[in-house]
Structures are given as C-alpha cells and as structure tokens.
Write a protein that binds this ligand. Structure first.
Ligand SMILES: CC(C)(COP(=O)(O)OP(=O)(O)OC[C@H]1O[C@@H](n2cnc3c(N)ncnc32)[C@H](O)[C@@H]1OP(=O)(O)O)[C@@H](O)C(=O)NCCC(=O)NCCS
Length: 302
C-alpha cells in the first residue's frame, strides 16, 4: 500500500487529536486536548509541526509532532529534530506504521540538514533503538523533607522578566558538566514551563549576590523540583534551601528527575518507566553513545 507522509493542516491536527485524546487527554475534554496542541503551535510557531502518514484513501495511520530544538554536544551545537506524541490508532498497530512515521520524520530532517533526533520514550526503548536511538538514564529521586541537608539556606525571591538572561547564563554554565544537553532560547524555556506545568523560578541569593535559581512546584506527591542551577555554590546549601521551602509549604516529600551529577546519599532513586531520553545521530559526524554524560531535565520534556 502506498503511504503518504505529510504535514498536517488544521483539520489533520484535529483528526490526530481525536485519535490521541483517550490516550493522552487525561482529564481534558476533546476540545481542550485539541486546543492544547494549537496552543503549543502558537507558542513555538515554525519550531513545531504535526506530521502524519496517510493511506491511499486518506486515513490517518500514524502521527507525531516534530519540534526544532538544539543540543549541545562534544561536536558543538546540533540542530535537532524533537519527536513527540508518536501515535498509531489501535486498530492499525503492529503493521509497521509507528516505525515508518518516525523513520519518515528522521529522513526528512536529515534531508533538511538536521544533525540529530531527540525523543522521550514512554514505551520500552527497543522500539526506538531499532531506528538508531541511544537511550540515556531516566531516574527519579525522592526524599523525606527531614532527610535533606539542614545547613544554612540561601535567600529566595521571585523572578521578573528582566532575570531571563541571568537564568539562561546559570542554566548553560551549570549544564556544561554534561556532554550532551538541550540549549534553550527564551521561547523554548517558557514553552517548557507551560508544557510541563512548572511555575516560575525563584532566584537564590547568598546574602550578597544572586547565585542561581530553583524551579519547584507543590504537587500532591510532594514538592517537585523541576530544575536548579547555581554554578559554584555548594549543592548542600541549595538542598537546604529546598528543605526550608518544603517545610514552609508543609510538604513532607521532595522529588524530581535525577540529574547525572546530583545523586546524594539521602535520596531514594528509582528508574522512571516513561520520558526516557533517547538521541539518534542523523549525520555520521555526530557520535552518540550511552556512556556520554547527558542532562535532559523535566523542563525540556515535550
Ligand atoms: C507505540 C506505537 C506508536 C507503535 O506503533 P505500531 O505501528 O504498532 O508499531 P510498529 O508496527 O511500527 O512496530 C511494531 C514493533 O514495535 C513494538 N511495539 C509497539 N508498541 C510497543 C509498545 N507499546 N511497547 C513495546 N513495544 C512496542 C512491537 O512489539 C513490534 O515489535 P516486533 O516487530 O518485534 O513485534 C503504538 O503502539 C501507539 O500508538 N501506542 C500508543 C501511544 C504511545 O505509547 N506512543 C509512544 C510514545 S513514546
């Protein structure tokens, strides 16, 4: 059967949303679920496209979202295709359409000059490993608030729009400990917060100067740490700050995605079954190996 790969128009996006609603809609109505995709398109403009595979009669057999993102790698910045929301309707599964739509998006990106592809897998990684994706560790950490260090906390204040360049400088300075990590524009940063339900950052201050930021949110599971960066600051002081903030919120637990260099003895660390970061090179010049130190934080999840 001849399959056509295409960028979905407004009607195609509605069709894809109707297919994915029962799977990813959560509590949202179909209209709300569909609107969320249109909102994401409005956020990202040309950096987001919804694509699909249709059969000769026009039936939508598979779809996914293509994001234009950037990764810092040992070879410099890689223009990267972000792949999200890979979906095949239940009646069409097991016929190769899922693999085919991901392959088509990768082929198109390679032809457009992209260097790499990135996705966060919610299914066993072998599905994507077959297409050349390398899996990076996906770990969650959690702790009772009383287990966190109780040394001298830093001061905190809310951010203003003027703080963005400083936040960005802290994020990028801190991330260089990794071999591979997402590079963020301000749009991407704001999109990541909206998409992942994170709040605004708090600036950390050591009494004399601003030294970094934390991004946390109270959830039913505890205080969720989306991200922090404070180059040159003793991590213990940042953790002590989170302890104080959790205590102020009456939160008995603190949790988040574990970054490769942030493991502490007082954390309980468990593998995450979903949102497993995976990267595939699209050019021979980019080597991606599982032993690279990778930093894919929750704010970059799409
Ligand atoms: C995942 C999904 C897109 C696969 O589409 P598909 O068209 O059925 O997949 P294909 O026919 O191309 O590939 C089939 C292979 O993938 C494997 N596979 C498919 N879905 C899988 C899943 N959920 N978990 C593990 N392996 C899976 C099959 O076992 C099969 O392997 P085999 O050839 O060794 O038997 C489809 O199951 C789906 O839409 N699931 C719901 C949404 C979802 O979870 N998307 C992925 C988000 S990261």
């Amino acid at each position: 059967m001849k399959l056509t790969y295409e960028t979905l128009d407004v009607n195609g996006i509605r069709e894809a949303a109707a297919q994915t609603h029962s799977f990813w809609g959560g509590e949202r109505t179909l209209e709300e679920h569909t609107q969320r995709t249109f909102d994401a398109l409005a956020w990202l403009g040309r950096d987001l496209r919804y694509v699909g595979l249709r059969d000769e009669r026009g039936a939508l057999l598979a779809s996914l979202k293509c994001y234009a993102v950037a990764l810092q790698t040992p070879r410099g910045i890689a223009r990267t295709l972000g792949i999200g929301a890979v979906f095949v309707p239940e009646t069409e599964r097991g016929k190769g359409y899922g693999q085919a739509v991901v392959q088509a998006a990768m082929d198109e990106a390679r032809a457009l000059g992209f260097d790499a592809a990135l996705l966060y897998s919610d299914i066993p990684p072998r599905f994507y490993a077959r297409l050349g994706f390398v899996e990076f560790p996906a770990l969650d950490w959690s702790a009772q608030v009383t287990a966190l260090p109780d040394s001298v906390p830093l001061r905190t204040r809310t951010t203003t729009a003027d703080d963005f360049d400083t936040l960005s400088a802290w994020y990028h300075a801190d991330a260089v400990a990794a071999d591979i990590f997402p590079v963020r524009s301000s749009t991407r940063w704001r999109f990541g917060k909206w998409f992942n339900g994170a709040g605004d950052e708090l600036i950390l201050n050591d009494g004399e100067r601003d030294v970094g930021y934390v991004n946390l949110r109270s959830t039913p599971q505890g205080l969720r740490v989306f991200e922090w960066a404070a180059p040159g600051v003793e991590p213990e002081r940042v953790w002590a700050t989170m302890r104080r903030l959790a205590e102020m919120e009456g939160q008995p637990h603190v949790c988040g995605w574990l970054r490769f260099d942030r493991r502490e003895t007082w954390m309980a660390v468990t593998p995450r079954p979903n949102a497993i970061p995976m990267v595939a090179p699209l050019k021979d010049t980019l080597a991606v190996t599982a032993n690279m130190k990778a930093f894919f934080g929750e704010m970059d999840h799409f």
